[in-house]
Design a protein around this ligand. Sequence first.
Ligand code: ADP
Ligand code: MG
Length: 515
Amino acid sequence: MNMPDLGGGMPLRILFVEDVPTDAELTIDELREDGIACEVCRVDTEASYLEALDAFGPDIVLSDLGLPAFNGYRALQILRERDALMPFVFVSGTMGEEVAVEALRQGATDYILKHNTVRLAAAVRRAVHEAEEQRARKHAEDELIRAQRFESLALLAGGLSHDLRNLLQPLLLAADTLNDYADDARLARLATLVRGCGQRGLDMVSSMLSFARGARRTEQVRVDTLFQALGLLLQGSVPRTVTLHVDEATGLGFEGNHTELQQCLLNLSLNAMQAMPEGGHLTVGARACVLAQDFFCADESAVPGEYVCLTVADTGIGMTPDVRDHLFQPFFTTKENGTGLGLVSCLRIIDSHGGVMRVASTPGAGTRFELYLPICAVGAVAETPGATAPRGRGERVLVVEEEAAQLSLLTGVLDGSGYDVHASQSGAEALQSLQSDGLPQLVVMDADLSLLTGVRTLAALLAQDYLGAVLLLARPDAPPDLEGLPPVRHLAVLVKPIEVDALLRATRRALDAVL
Ligand code: ADP
Ligand code: MG
């Protein structure tokens, strides 16, 4: 908020409601003599008053009480309907005490008698100062409310992520199981589709979680992989009128979080497409650059050095300076169905990567977002080995999992890979099955069992002389507390969501360790 500096910087803008020019001039002269620099707009009708409120943009309204063609109370009423905080001071030659009280009751900031030079400047100063303070307070309150809304959104996102993950996990396992019938081309396609969707859902869930928590995993991010994935994601959504160009083979990389950055690029690309209702060009590119100290603003903590600059540019509607100013505010949107959260989360993600964001935009010509991310060599990124997962040789495996869908998928996968699988739906049931079926060579158990927890079931198993291996399946945010547990010959914790490949490898490794 730009407030005039009454010490002589920016002049005070005074809207004067007064029909006698000389009266207004006298009053203004008195203010100037007292050191208040001001610009004045005098009006004496309702129409010119209304116009001046918009066009002149006053800091304060001074008003006579009765005018031939207008009325001071009416002027006050009009102002208060639009702005509760702007100072309004009556300056009148004929003001009795009752009139003054009434004026204040109706929302006037102060009243003064014409030619009362002593009070005039002091009253104007105080009115402007108080309005400034009130505005600052209101601004702080608004910010607080916004922050609280944001906070509750993060909480909501955190809760939702857990539920969604439990929902998606079986989908992934099911897709992997389907893949075993890959000689049927239709089934194989279906499996790829289901896995793709499930994985995308999980990625979104984890970025939602990391967004909510503000924590994240770091890995080597390759720009080319990032762009390929973006191309795939956008494939279905780019309208025919928009041509998409994505840079290829940039060979660039940096340290960061692939999922989050993908989300960032996706957000920016969707915004770009929405800004081109009539069509245009969407260009996504990358280049390396060196940033010097003077590139950064005072409130940015990034350090000078080598950066990767990712750009998302469109030839769309562009932004007005007003939109530019509010772009990164939570919930700011100019769209009917917008959330106003896309850019906030982009900024947060780039910030957490130690990077900075820049926007250039021309109304009617287009917008260009630049994401600067600190660079890092990526020579060492290992490709995932494509070897087939190891199989079982009829070893006895006990699977303990509460959720029926998960249990059936886990047992299905292990059974299909050559293990002799037994299933239990609770810790108690698992212990009981030992009596009837004897000891297994491996126990695969969910750490989050509700009554008898995974760890307690494990303790009971060990008490019954269990000597085999153990795989605990745990949520990433709730590692099992293994303290006080007697030593286990081979114990591994697998973090959910469990991938079939990882499960089979861990199973083989665990069994090899104890057999
Ligand atoms: P949302 O897309 O839900 O409105 P965002 O945070 O993604 O929320 O964007 C906020 C606002 O910024 C948009 O409503 C729009 O006014 C403006 N904006 C963002 N990207 C562009 C763009 N590429 N061109 C023009 N305006 C944009
Ligand atoms: Mg958006």
